[in-house]
Write a protein that binds this ligand. Structure first.
Ligand code: HDD
Length: 701
């Protein structure tokens, strides 16, 4: 007779304050971790005094019997876990993914296929090279990892904000990361690529050229996580209900458009506000300006060659231009809740490229295949054992009944006697599921080949796509690429590395090479021809002719005790109606009061800095005493091509800062009225006054 006891099949839930399907306590607290208001030991014993060790007399030695002291210190000593070996610094948020249903023809994965289906998600954004405490705005790739808690199991899409990678084979990952991390002797520089070992590797190992030029473009210094594209990078295989397959590339398209910082802003933020991106994500969610992306796929026929228009789909250093294969929207992601606890959620979340659900498969991309080993493996040292899927943020929302048992940090109290399959002792349960029951069945594929350490010949093309990328950018963006290479290589010590870098740039574009060479004071390498590129891919440009929504954008209003508070209120109402926020900046903190009008000062001339504002407007009546901090704020914003404005005699403050009120992107008026608000909205929608560029550059030389 089989026993009557049944194994536990109830699915523990992720602690997410707003996630769909969440059934935990309203405030997101685990009642076992924090119940009641009384201070206790970890064992629940009420504590009478937590400030004094147990001593033999007020000046006497501390006693070993002080169990509270020992427990408190023991736990503190072990609070830190190893940081991620890459992507150590990050910030996360909860949200919801809603499928449009447009992918139902190509995949049976409900998360993508079922029209209107809402799936809770957790997204973690990150830099790659810096350690946990490093700055957000360094020039680097950004991680964009999404955990979908689907009803068919957890699916992780572990992507970046760039569609390509430095290497074509995972076996080289330790090499590129060792080269990119700080020098091992003195741990300099932190979190950035401007140093010899990075440039040594990427110029010797030229398959890195494509990713490197993306890093040197504005994509390497995003304005915000909310204004980044995301990419699955690899080609994946989707499987539909008829077992037909297609190859796809995943793209996240931000609702607010793709925008970046200027290099000077990024550098200032690194010192003034190292949490710039983390703060932006957190504050925009708190303000209700929920970050939003559309998920899209490029779809390719699943042919034996696994190529599209001659582009090898297994090569992670190649894109397929959107003009050749349009990105088809399949769903919408909204991030609507901040984590309750950074460590519990953002730090402990564990992504894995092998977390797939039926209807989504990987491909033979050798980079992806190696990742499928690495992400599981790394959690063993980072999270201390094989049971990390039981940590609340990692728990699937689908029922779990997995026959794994025991191990470090085992939290489940498993029932039954037969954690093996097949069994008769537990009545055969749990039972495997076949295709029709939603089982993950790999689509059969024929594989053959000689065992060798080798790669396809197409992987040898290292220059055609970097050349396409550079050619496709606007002139302004190209200039930023030139500036970035000049800065980064200018920080290198070894002359041969700089010279080698110029031989790489010569293959991309002659002008790029000659401008960087001039900046470095080196000759242009002889007899190297740039790659011939047919056509362009305008989709690669960030600067677009049409405006984007301005949700969560921040406008600073420079004011003071004599300022036109009524005008500020009017401007605020108009800008907030568009989803933007207004912050008053004044010489001192507290409030500004004029009759019945009151404005709270959110930044003073001491605490405010230009980088936190997307536009700055000077109010009528703002102080004209030439406070250098206010003037520097305006000068920086002007130099960073931000919207600048003034009404009434605020224009005098602009003039004192050396700003021509007639310069491009400078908005002036007699009063703060609807017209001024509309002009500010229009300026913010274009992100920057790009036509001010020549003026600013000429004054910088
Ligand atoms: Fe990776 C973390 C993205 C190649 C090994 N990777 C990590 C994260 C992101 C990526 C976003 C942070 C996840 C989080 O927030 O916890 N990685 C990528 C992309 C790649 C890529 C888009 C190429 C297309 N990675 C890659 C390779 C290897 C790894 C080739 C190893 C062979 N990655 C790791 C890792 C990390 C990681 C060591 C560190 C922490 C973690 O996994 O959980 O396993």
């Amino acid at each position: 007779m089989p026993p009557t006891r049944k194994p536990n099949t109830s699915a523990p839930r992720t602690v997410s304050p707003t996630g769909v399907g969440y059934d935990g306590p309203e405030d997101g607290r685990d009642p076992r971790a924090q119940a009641g208001d009384t201070l206790t030991t970890p064992n629940g014993v009420r504590v009478a005094d937590t400030d004094h060790s147990l001593k033999a007399g007020p000046r006497g030695p501390v006693l070993l019997e002080d169990f509270h002291l020992r427990e408190k210190i023991m736990h503190f000593d072990h609070e830190r876990i190893p940081e991620r070996v890459v992507h150590a610094r990050g910030a996360g948020a909860h949200g919801v993914f809603t499928a449009y249903g447009t992918a139902s023809k190509v995949t049976r994965a409900a998360v993508l296929a079922e029209k209107g289906l809402q799936t809770p998600v957790f997204v973690r954004f990150s830099t790659v090279l810096g350690s946990r405490g490093s700055a957000d705005t360094v020039r680097d790739t950004r991680g964009f990892a999404t955990k979908f808690y689907t009803k068919e199991g957890t699916w992780d899409l572990v992507g970046n904000n760039m569609p390509i990678f430095f290497i074509q084979d995972a076996i080289k990952f330790p090499d590129i990361i060792h080269a990119g991390k700080p020098h091992p002797d003195h741990e300099i520089p932190q979190a950035q690529s401007a140093h010899d070992t990075f440039w040594d590797f990427v110029t010797l190992h030229t398959e890195a050229t494509h990713h490197t030029i993306w890093n040197m473009s504005d994509r390497g210094i995003p304005r915000s996580y909310r204004t980044m594209e995301g990419f699955g990078v690899h080609t994946f295989r989707l499987v539909n209900a008829e077992r037909e397959t297609v190859l796809v590339k995943f793209h996240w398209k931000p609702k607010l458009g793709v925008h970046s910082l200027t290099w000077e802003e990024a550098q200032i933020a690194g010192g003034v506000d190292p949490d710039f991106h983390r703060r932006d994500l957190y504050e925009s969610i708190e303000a209700g300006a929920f970050p939003e992306w559309e998920l899209g796929i490029q779809v390719f026929p699943d042919t034996p060659e696994e190529t599209f228009e001659g582009i090898d789909l297994l090569d992670p250093t190649k894109i397929v231009p959107e003009e050749l294969a349009p990105v088809q929207p399949i769903g919408r992601l909204v991030l609507n809740a901040n984590p309750t606890n950074f460590f519990a959620e953002t730090e402990q979340v564990a992504f894995h490229t092998g977390h797939l659900v039926p209807g989504i498969e990987g491909t033979n991309d050798p980079l992806l295949q190696g990742r499928n080993f690495s992400y599981l493996d790394t959690q063993l040292s980072r999270l201390g054992g094989p049971n990390f899927t039981q940590i609340p943020i990692n728990r699937p929302h689908a029922p779990v009944n997995d026959n794994t048992r025991d191990g470090f940090h085992q939290h489940a109290v498993h029932q039954g006697q037969a954690p093996y399959t097949p069994n008769s002792v537990d009545g055969g349960s749990p039972f495997p599921a076949d295709w029709s029951e939603g089982g993950y069945v790999h689509v059969p594929r024929v594989v053959s080949g000689q065992v060798a350490r080798t790669a396809p010949a197409s992987f040898d093309d290292h220059y055609s796509q970097p050349a396409l990328f550079y050619k496709s950018l606007t002139t302004i963006e190209q200039q930023h690429v030139v500036d970035a290479y000049t800065f980064e290589l200018g920080k290198c010590f070894e002359q041969p590395i700089k010279e080698r870098a110029l031989t790489v740039l010569a293959r991309i574009h002659a002008d790029l090479c000659s401008q960087v060479a001039a900046g470095l004071g080196l000759p242009v390498p002889k007899k190297i021809k740039a790659e011939k590129v047919r056509g362009e891919s305008p989709a690669l440009r960030q600067i677009k002719p049409t405006p984007f929504p301005i949700d969560g954008r921040i406008i600073g209003v420079v004011a003071g005790p004599e300022a036109d508070l009524r005008g500020i209120a009017k401007l605020r109402a108009a800008l907030e109606a568009e989803g933007a926020q207004v912050k008053v900046v004044a010489p001192h903190g507290g409030q500004l009061v004029s009759g019945k009008d009151v404005e709270i000062v959110e930044r003073t001339f001491a605490t405010g800095r230009s980088i936190e504002f997307d536009a700055i407007v000077v109010a009528d009546g703002a102080p004209k005493d030439g406070d250098f901090r206010a003037l520097v704020m305006l000068q920086e914003a002007f130099r960073h091509l931000k919207g600048i404005g003034a009404w009434g005699d605020g224009v005098e403050v602009l003039r004192a800062a050396g700003i021509d009120p007639k310069a491009p992107g400078v908005i002036t008026g007699r009063k703060a009225n609807a017209a001024m608000a509309a002009e500010t909205v229009a300026a913010l929608g274009m992100h920057r006054a790009w036509d001010r560029t020549p003026l600013v550059r000429s004054s910088m030389v």
